[in-house]
Design a binder for this molecule. Structure first.
Ligand code: ASP
Length: 348
């Protein structure tokens, strides 16, 4: 579009539909929202140093994705850029730092979805692909399928030229110790779900992103190691379109985090969009309703980040906290860890 035409378009649009970007050109708003997992994230368990590390990494991911959007890249590129940074950080349960299965291995799930075409791609149970989010995108763009799993997904990723690493690359001391604690609890509760119920704070760390680009298109992505102590071969909601991830330009983009079995049974991500499409709810109402009903009332825990094509963000959760942040339509950066009512942090 010629600069004169763009200026005219912006002059005709309502206030806020165009904004000043860093380049100084008035253009349509772009928005990026991310999460780094929901769970028992409490100020009293968090040192100032640890909190600062989470905030810094979330902000780094946000700024990396937003810079692409601001430069005119498509929504999926921003989603991917933000998730790549979190996959590489041991702070989160995805890529390096993913939780361990009951067998002591990392099996990771990821998915992406485009709001413009409705295309989706996903991998489940990958064990050697360094960046599961790239493999998910490759499945969407370079295969006729939506979801590849296990060894086949890793083989496909390798054939696509994606970096392969030994499974030990993903392991961290923190996750090894977490698995040991989880095994102790499982012995005392006698069941998988009992052990998860006993320690909900160890169920967070999945990462996700939703973005709105300058063309008005939405995209979503989610990447996770799943749940600590999961049975080998278990697949959660994160790679399932409609459960952990959803994007459709006419409604919203959603990425979820929480107890995956509940997200799958409740089709959480898709239901946020469906309540907008068929129920006439706005984004905030739809996201809140889904978390309250399909998730909370059925006994599940977690939350979602959701973004509509007007750039509105909603991030409801029913846990003590959710690592989350966004850069909004005005370019304001926000990062939050706890629910609003939590008291101030203590020193390290
Ligand atoms: N939803 C993920 C799963 O169940 C875990 C999480 O988000 O914490 O695999």
């Amino acid at each position: 579009m010629k600069p004169q035409a763009l200026f005219l378009l912006c002059a005709l649009l309502p206030m806020g539909a165009c904004q000043n970007t860093t380049s100084g050109t008035r253009q349509a708003p772009v928005v990026l929202a991310i999460h780094g997992g929901a769970g028992t994230i409490l100020r009293k368990n968090m040192s100032a140093e640890k909190e600062a590390a989470y905030r810094a990494k979330l902000e780094e991911a946000l700024r990396a994705g937003y810079a692409l959007l601001d430069g005119g890249s498509e929504a999926l590129d921003a989603v991917q850029a933000a998730i790549l940074i979190m996959e590489d950080s041991p702070l989160f349960n995805s890529g390096h730092g993913a939780v361990l299965t009951s067998a002591g291995t990392c099996e990771m799930d990821a998915s992406v979805m485009r709001g413009d075409t409705g295309m989706a791609g996903a991998v489940a149970g990958v064990t050697t692909t360094r960046h599961p989010i790239l493999a998910a995108r490759a499945v969407m763009e370079h295969s006729p399928h939506v979801l590849l799993s296990g060894a086949g997904a890793d083989t496909f990723a390798r054939e696509q030229g994606l970096e392969q690493v030994p499974n030990a690359f993903f392991h961290t001391t923190r996750r090894v110790q977490q698995l040991e604690r989880w095994r102790e609890r499982q012995k005392s509760t006698g069941s998988l779900s009992g052990a998860w119920d006993a320690q909900p704070d160890e169920r967070h760390g999945t990462v996700g992103a939703v973005a709105l680009d300058r063309e008005g298109h939405l995209a979503a992505g989610t990447s996770t190691g799943g749940m600590v102590g999961k049975l080998w071969g278990r697949i959660g909601d994160s790679p399932i379109p409609g459960a952990g991830t959803w994007a459709a330009d006419h409604t919203c983009a959603v990425s979820g985090t929480g107890w995956g079995e509940f997200f799958m049974r409740g089709t959480i991500a898709r239901d946020v969009a469906a309540l907008m499409e068929f129920g006439g709810l706005d984004l905030e109402q739809a996201a809140q309703r889904v978390v309250r009903t399909q998730l909370t009332e059925r006994g599940g825990t977690g939350g979602v980040i959701a973004l509509d094509a007007q750039g509105r963000v909603s991030a409801p959760f029913n846990t003590a906290g959710m690592y989350r942040g966004w850069i909004d339509r005005e370019g304001r950066v926000e990062v939050h860890l706890y629910s609003a009512a939590a008291p101030a942090p203590e020193g390290p």
